[in-house]
Design a protein around this ligand. Structure first.
Ligand code: NDP
Ligand code: GDR
Length: 363
């Protein structure tokens, strides 16, 4: 068992939750940065909570924000972590068009603040840093499939901010000899995925449609193609990147691509809903093949000012150097997400029909 200390920024997010579980399982003392919010924001990690009044805690949360340098310096100084996983970000591409300055502050300068805090605290030779880089860097793709050498062409304020995060990580590695890595992760999903990302939006809505809680799912670009993996598989690679002799950057992907339309089909199949797609562009719809009801329609409000149409990763380097083999298939992931959303929908349905309050309900 490890006696290392890790700090995870973005611990309340999808990846933070899976990574915290993984590191606790390896014996790490896990510290997480969480933002103050007016409602509880720790749903994804509540099962890991440890009573602060009990000695020997291995899971400790600190208030903080990537836009606040003094806070980051204090927290890092206090913890003296062996590893930092910088997962915190305004991570929604469409939202970044509405909040471009905040996104840059958090996703670009936030990365700099972490690196600089480690450097000025004299931890440059002790603390290893993982930076959550992204396939969105490829944007308007210059080469297919994308590798670590494919030129970047970001297509959103989010991706441009992450481009800075990528290069400042490389720069601190080269300038100060710090152990800092970029994981260029392609889309990864799970039942913990935020509800406004397309996969979770689809599984949640299709489950609710199945139970009659919702009539129609409105989506944007159905033809966008992504290389979708499972978050539980991907966090293992974050950890592995920090366990090598030398720091490096790696593409993490499955090497298989599906469209948003394919994802809708897979979700419907898992629920036993027969779907028939008709029409093109904004007129495209999917109907229940037996009842003829329109279940999926396009709403242009979900189109992005500049879209990333296609992403497909080549994970050869990670396979060779890190022994990367994703365990969970696309079909298994869709099934797991659908089953989890179906359970939520069943609970909501019970609340609706029998008057239970959701927060009193335990399975
Ligand atoms: P989520 O959106 O689920 O989680 C983001 C986390 O960052 C949350 O804990 C959020 O807190 C926190 N956060 C947001 N803004 C700030 C801030 N200003 N200061 C401190 N914390 C903040 O993202 P994922 O878990 O899916 O992704 C993790 C990282 O990986 C992100 O950096 C993302 O950009 C990147 N990435 C994700 C991919 C994916 O497919 N999931 C692929 C490639 C990269 P709160 O809960 O309070 O909102
Ligand atoms: P992405 O994920 O932008 O790839 O960023 P998202 O699931 O938001 O979109 C994927 C594709 O689906 C299209 N799409 C829709 N998207 C959303 N959110 N809602 C819709 O209704 C909808 N309809 C179609 C999008 O246009 C897009 O082409 C995710 C985030 O996790 C980033 O943080 C991460 O860096 C990248 O993945 C890799």
């Amino acid at each position: 068992m490890s006696h290392k200390k890790a700090l995870i920024t973005g611990i309340t997010g999808q990846d933070g939750a899976y990574l915290a579980e993984l590191l606790l399982g390896k014996g790490y003392e896990v510290h997480g940065l969480k933002r103050r919010s007016s409602l509880f924001n720790t749903d994804r990690i509540d099962h890991l909570y440890q009573d602060p009044h009990v000695d020997g805690r291995k899971f400790i949360l600190h208030y903080g924000d990537l836009t606040d340098s003094t806070n980051l310096i204090r927290v890092i100084q206090q913890i003296q972590p062996d590893e930092i996983y910088n997962l915190a970000a305004q991570s929604h591409v469409a939202v970044s068009f509405e909040t471009p300055e905040y996104t840059a502050n958090c996703d670009a300068l936030g990365t700099l603040r972490i690196l600089e805090a480690v450097r000025i605290l004299g931890l440059g030779q002790k603390t290893r840093i993982y930076q959550a880089s992204t396939s969105e860097l490829y944007g308007l793709v210059q080469e297919t499939p994308q590798t670590e050498k494919t030129p970047f062409y970001p297509r959103s304020p989010y991706a441009v901010a992450k481009l800075y995060g990528y290069w400042i990580t490389v720069n601190y590695r080269e300038a100060y000899g710090m152990y800092a890595c970029n994981g260029i992760l392609f889309n990864h999903e799970s039942p913990l995925r935020g509800e406004t990302f397309v996969t979770r939006k689809i599984t949640r809505a299709m489950a609710r449609i199945k139970l009659g809680l919702q009539d129609t799912l409105f989506l944007g670009n159905l033809s966008a193609k992504r290389d979708w993996g499972h978050a539980r598989d991907y966090v293992k690679m974050m950890w592995l990147m920090l366990q090598q002799d030398t720091p490096d950057d790696y593409v993490i992907a499955t090497g298989v691509q599906y469209s948003v339309r394919d994802f809708v089909r897979a979700a419907a199949k898992e629920l036993g809903i027969p779907l028939r797609f008709e029409g093109e562009g904004v007129e495209e719809k999917a109907y229940h093949a037996e009842t003829g009801k329109c279940l999926v329609a396009v709403d242009p409000r979900y189109f992005r000012p500049t879209e990333v149409e296609t992403l497909l990763g080549d994970p050869a380097k990670a396979r060779e150097k890190l022994g990367w083999t994703p365990k969970i298939t696309f079909e298994q992931m869709v099934a797991e997400m659908i089953q989890a959303d179906l359970r939520d929908a069943e609970r909501d349905n019970m609340c609706k029909t029998q008057g239970f309050r959701t927060y009193d309900f335990h399975e």
